[in-house]
Write a new protein. Sequence first.
Length: 70
Amino acid sequence: EENGSGLNETQKLIVEKIKETPGISQKDIASLLGVSASTVDYHISKLISANIIKRERSGMRIRYYLKENV
């Protein structure tokens, strides 16, 4: 369910984890939240589209950060 921010509960939790651990991986987010990687992937795509987080490649790994304006 969405609230005034336009984010659902899972998306808010993902944003919180990225805020706590900048550069966290999708796999780490999934294990911290106890959800599948595909669930995290779906929500991360929505958050990137909403310009809330950004994806950065670091060698073979992909890291996630909050956008500066968030």
